[in-house]
Design a protein around this ligand. Sequence first.
Ligand code: ADP
Ligand code: ADP
Length: 227
Amino acid sequence: MITFDAVTKRYPDGTTAVDALTLEAPTGEITVLVGPSGCGKTTSLRMINRMIDASEGQILLDGVPVSGIDPPTLRRGIGYVIQQAGLFPHRKIVDNVATVPYLLGWDKKKARARAMELLERVGLDPALAGRYPFQLSGGQQQRVGVARALAADPPVLLMDEPFSAVDPIVRTSLQDELLRLQAELNKTIVFVTHDIDEAIKLGDRVAVLRVGGRLAQLADPKTLLSE
Ligand code: ADP
Ligand code: ADP
């Protein structure tokens, strides 16, 4: 469970990106942060894994303030997926997915076996494992990005507009795949999007933010649907 307890982020230039945000992201659920560009979604996400630190308030991971956990330790338990998959261009797909297991010192064979298993799970043709990122479509690269984030089996997955850059048909299939994966894996997922339909489809709970970084509404997606 991730808890935002009155979290505020002010950047050095005076911009208040997130304003007294209080929010819970329960284990096993997809919590969606939705709102227009500039409402503080990315900033909120990056405070969870301490790419950015809060100015006020605190974020707790299973009751422990993240401010007291050193970032490398914290990030071992947190997968992170961004809009452009951010794959290493000079590494084969299988090695991209196995990056974290290699870093953790896993046996190379075991790391690769794990990578192949994950590629299958995210619906990527295993025949693509030996290719390089530029040889894959945008949608395929996003699947690899998700597999890579899951490689060390982190309990938490942060996703920042992961499907926004792919075409609508592929996006739908990636969304379906994520829901299937989550039904199996029961991660704590925080998913950022500016697309309300995506929020309703994926979210177990949906936090609507508005520019200035304030929480406008915390909703069950079914009630959003009926409005
Ligand atoms: P979103 O992800 O919802 O688009 P962001 O978290 O990226 O929103 O940004 C929230 C607000 O903070 C915006 O006004 C943005 O311009 C500002 N901002 C983001 N990063 C910085 C930064 N490093 N320095 C100053 N302002 C920033
Ligand atoms: P996105 O909308 O995908 O979050 P942006 O183009 O808003 O991407 O931001 C890209 C990078 O620039 C981020 O690292 C963000 O923190 C930073 N950034 C965004 N707005 C500002 C700003 N007003 N001043 C300084 N840095 C910013």
